[in-house]
Write a protein that binds this ligand. Structure first.
Ligand code: 2HG
Ligand code: ZN
Length: 484
């Protein structure tokens, strides 16, 4: 159990951080006390905005001494309530947004060292300026920060080729729960000096320390790209198309995003200036991006040829390859707006599922039928990263339902969906994390051996449980605690 900060601690922090780094003004805090979907609302005794790693270290050391909880936050774009404090008002919100420097970037070394508060889109721009690219991207790139992306092991729409953050982080600097600074920024390709603390911090959602900077892998800039929108009959056909592209276009395929009819309709209804890429109606679509580095052959020719073959053998129903960059961007805008359009449309129970890639097409179709049968009127639809075996299997409320549905039927829907994915050997959190949203479900469905190992690690590094408490690591329940 953590403690509220004493007046003396608050005064010391105010003194140490100065007016730019410390506030208790309700108006300053308000926007950061709720998540972007406004599902969670918390309170905090103050918001701290350190300017450098030494300040973070001092903050953590002082808080550790008094057992005061810290909730780190970057762009506040968590999909799981991972950056929202609880309602007690005892925690301190630790905003990393001021630490937004790009410490270095080297095209020769293919590495950028970015502070936690740097916004992803700014890293993209900086890499482009030196003729390189940071390949991970997602719809929230204009607000998501490096620290949050590292801490949630973010995925996004380009994972197919370059992997999640875990594969792109080469080094980490972090402040551990006692205030000590772990300097693991060196991007060593090989390093066998024991447990990989960097990998432990990636995806830890701030529960094991505060990531203050990361060394990030850069890849060659895009020479040319080809973006296509394909209509098809089923997720099975979509996966067949991906396998066809593997052979015909190979590594060049960087994105393969599944978009059901419902998701396209939502975007067309709610996002101004969008239009359907194909004339006819299709139950399913995929958005494909093939990329070639500067020197490689033209991806448009390869992708066009492969899609013609797919049409001929009936894997695809229709396809259009973007004729210009503007059209390619318009296709991507549809894909990147699905989440926003869904939010505007009304309440939905959101699920971030993964299963073995080959099993996903059948899983998603069968699970949708099962949900419709068990919860009449609900409207499941799944979209996203089929090539990674990860879809957002979101279930929209019945047409006549309002926000109250989220506290009513939705938890039962979620439990039902999570039972299905668990039975299929998959994961209830593919890329969005556990946060507070899925904590009880992880406790209910997580493998006990894994949960025990997680608790042991958490307890060893953060015995006072001050680092983002109430997130990611399910506490032992009272009954288990008395046995322990
Ligand atoms: C995406 O893939 C994001 O668009 C958001 O991960 C998914 O809103 C969602 O469920
Ligand atoms: Zn996603």
């Amino acid at each position: 159990m953590s403690n509220p900060p004493s007046p003396a601690l608050l005064a010391t922090l105010m003194d140490r951080l100065g007016p730019r780094g410390f506030t208790t003004e309700p108006a300053d805090l308000a926007p950061w006390l709720t998540d972007w979907r406004r599902l969670y609302r918390g309170r905090a005794a103050a918001m701290l905005s350190p300017a450098g790693v030494e300040e973070v270290s001092d903050i953590v050391r002082l808080c550790a001494r008094e057992g005061v909880a810290l909730v780190p936050q970057g762009g506040n774009s968590s999909m799981a309530g991972g950056a929202t404090p609880d309602a007690t008002g005892e925690a301190l919100l630790l905003s990393m947004r001021r630490m937004n420097r790009l410490r270095s970037i080297s095209a020769d070394a293919n590495v950028a060292v970015a502070e936690a508060g740097l916004i992803l889109a700014h890293l993209h721009d900086a890499a482009a300026e030196v003729g390189r690219r940071f390949p991970l991207t997602l719809g929230a790139r204009g607000s998501a920060t490096i620290g949050g992306l590292v801490s949630t092991n973010a995925g996004g729409t380009q994972v197919l080729r370059f992997g999640t953050m875990r594969g792109l982080v080469e080094g980490i600097e972090a402040v551990l729960p006692d205030g000590s600074v772990f300097n693991g920024l060196a991007s060593l390709k090989k390093d066998n000096r024991g447990y990989d603390i960097r990998q432990l911090l990636i995806g830890a959602e701030g529960t094991l320390g505060i990531v203050t900077a990361a060394s990030l892998k850069l890849v060659p800039a895009i020479g040319s790209r080809s973006v296509a929108w394909v209509g098809l009959e089923s997720p099975r056909k979509a996966l067949a198309l991906l396998r066809l592209l593997d052979n015909a276009v190979g590594d060049a395929v960087e994105s393969f995003e599944l978009v059901p009819r419902e998701a396209l309709d939502l975007v067309l209804r709610h996002v101004a200036g969008t239009r359907a890429p194909l004339e006819g109606g299709h139950d399913w679509h995929v958005l494909i991006e093939a990329v070639a580095p500067m020197v490689a052959p033209d991806p448009e020719k390869e992708l066009g040829r492969a899609l013609r073959a797919a049409l001929k053998i009936g894997v695809a129903e229709d396809a259009v390859v973007a004729a210009s960059e503007a059209q390619a961007e318009a296709f991507w805008r549809i894909r990147d707006s699905i989440s926003e359009a869904e939010k505007k449309d009304g309440p939905a129970a959101k699920h971030d599922l993964s299963v073995e890639v080959a099993a996903m097409p059948d899983f998603m179709v069968e699970a949708a039928s099962a949900v419709e049968a068990r919860f009449p009127g609900t409207r499941p639809f799944a979209f996203g990263h089929l090539g990674d075996g990860n879809v957002h299997f979101n279930v929209r409320a019945p047409l006549d339902a309002d926000e109250a549905w989220l506290g009513g039927e939705a938890p039962a829907v979620t439990a039902f969906v999570h039972d299905l994915i668990t039975a299929a050997g998959g994961s209830i959190s593919a890329e969005h994390g556990i946060g507070q949203m899925r904590l009880a479900e992880l406790a209910r469905l997580g493998d006990p051996t894994r949960l025990a190992a997680m608790r042991a690690i958490k307890n060893a590094l953060d015995p006072k449980n001050i680092m983002n408490p109430g997130k990611l690591v399910p506490p032992l329940d009272a009954a288990q605690e008395s046995l322990a």
